[in-house]
Design a protein around this ligand. Structure first.
Ligand SMILES: O=C1O[C@H](COP(=O)(O)O)[C@@H](O)[C@H](O)[C@H]1O
Length: 247
């Protein structure tokens, strides 16, 4: 069953970051109360960085036990492990290290130090994920680029058509760096909750295009890849006013 996406608009990027961080802490605490060890999918990008800082700030006032949280990524740049281009480098610096998430619970995608090429990196991450439910995260957070890309699935790119795989290597990404690893649509669509995190006027047109579909004429994910991802139980688009301005 597909559940209709919900749109939540916040005044600006700072409010959006605070709201998402607060909601995530509350979901994680609820999951732990219910006896689960929540698995969360992280993303990169400008608004994600602000959210990570808010998670670190708000966490001490929450009930979340970070030793019982497991983190994964929806996509990653295939570069050196300590490169500032890595999505994981920001997340580690902003909150994972400070909050004491155990190293064995932090599942980074392979870097150039871990795998010979993007295909090997994708195969290795897929195997790791398959041991843990192949991407059935409690919450999967995703950014969206101004071109509508999600994770590292870019409009018109062959990776969009990969099925029956959990992860795929990407070469020739239109946004640098060119080599990346991304979860496929199959895997991105397995999570209970999918949260899109989108801010800024530069994303307004892509947001409007992602939501322009109808039952008879759905948006083609080849044009707007973000439109091809939904959660099993909920899909929430967390927007600021600027990114929602063309809805
Ligand atoms: O390249 C990427 O871009 C998107 C969005 O980034 P933003 O800076 O435009 O917010 C991000 O979601 C993705 O994880 C990342 O690899």
């Amino acid at each position: 069953m597909t559940v209709s996406p919900r749109i939540e608009v916040h005044p600006d990027a700072a409010d959006l970051a605070t709201a998402v961080a607060g909601e995530l802490l509350s979901r994680l605490a609820d999951a732990q109360d219910a006896g689960r060890v929540p698995h969360v999918g992280l993303t990169g990008g400008s608004i994600a960085e602000a959210i990570h800082r808010e998670i670190a700030r708000l966490s001490p006032g929450s009930e979340v036990d970070w030793t019982r949280v497991v983190v994964w990524w929806g996509d990653e740049r295939f570069v050196a492990p300590d490169s500032a281009d890595r999505n994981a480098v920001d997340a580690r610096a902003a909150f994972l290290d400070a909050l004491g998430v155990p190293a064995e619970h932090v599942h980074e995608m392979p870097s150039t130090a871990d795998a010979p090429d993007v295909d090997a990196a994708a195969a290795s991450y897929a195997a790791e994920l398959r041991e843990h439910g192949a991407g059935q995260f409690e919450v999967l957070m995703l950014g969206m680029g101004p071109d509508g890309h999600v994770a590292s699935l870019f409009p018109g790119h062959p990776a969009l058509d990969v099925t029956g795989q959990v992860a795929v290597g990407v070469t020739g990404s239109p946004k640098p760096p060119p080599e990346r690893v991304t979860l496929t649509f199959d895997a991105l669509n397995r999570s209970a909750s999918v949260w899109f995190l989108v801010s800024g006027e530069g994303k307004a047109e892509a947001v409007a295009r992602a939501h322009a579909g109808t039952a008879d004429a759905p948006v083609d994910p080849h044009d707007v890849p973000a439109a091809g991802v939904t959660g099993q139980e909920e899909t929430i688009w967390f927007l600021d006013r600027a990114s929602a301005s063309l809805l």
